[in-house]
Write a protein that binds this ligand. Structure first.
Ligand SMILES: [Zn+2]
Length: 198
């Protein structure tokens, strides 16, 4: 039903651990009956992944409200590899970043006056993320306290996340809060959640 997704991003796993963790998560989701091992590309619009796992018999256990019998979810695509992820309207820049050391907020897109990033402010973040994608380590300096903070530790606005493992649930009804918690516990890591449209 529709070409939108709910995404869960693991914001802590390393690029090296992401593949094995993805396999363990598939085993867990299959065991729970949330997905099957059957793959399908129908309704999957993830950037670098063409196919996802078809929902299993217990998919309703993940969602807040399964009362609409015509709403059947689509496949779950798994994105493995260091990358940044955007939700909502899919801007390629974060709106802001909060320094984990001094809590200062660096505004990158000055909504609602501006709809484009301040390139001068964004550039160090963009460079840090690009370096992290290539090497697994990348930093951006905090303008307030001067700390050199890894891009995986900056706290981004709710529509931007940096991580090496993401799960795109295509066309699923909204998840229950409990499901996010179970999923995060299963990953053993902090997560970010996005909703977006293709
Ligand atoms: Zn700082």
């Amino acid at each position: 039903m529709g070409d939108f997704y709910e995404r869960i991003v693991d914001v802590e796993v390393t690029g090296e651990e992401a593949g094995p963790l993805a396999e363990r998560m598939v085993d867990w989701m299959v065991g729970e009956g949330l997905i099957t091992r059957e793959m399908s590309g129908e309704g999957v619009y993830s950037l670098d992944v063409d196919e996802g796992y078809v929902p299993g018999p217990n998919w309703k256990q993940a969602v807040a409200d399964a009362s609409d019998p015509s709403w059947l979810p689509g496949p779950v695509a798994i994105l493995v590899g260091r990358d940044y992820h955007v939700g909502g309207q899919g801007s390629d820049e974060a709106e802001y970043a909060v320094c984990p050391r001094c809590r200062a907020r660096t505004v990158i897109i000055n909504y609602p006056e501006e709809f484009e990033p301040d390139e001068e402010v964004w550039q160090p973040f963009r460079d840090g993320i690009a370096t992290w994608k290539k090497t697994g380590e990348g930093n951006a300096p905090c303008a307030a306290c001067g700390a050199c903070v890894p891009v995986t530790e900056w706290q981004w606005d709710g529509n931007f996340a940096v991580g090496a493992l993401a799960f795109d649930f295509w066309g699923w009804p909204p998840f229950s809060v409990g499901f996010y918690e179970r999923f995060s516990r299963q990953l053993g890591h902090r997560t970010a959640e996005h909703m977006g449209k293709f």
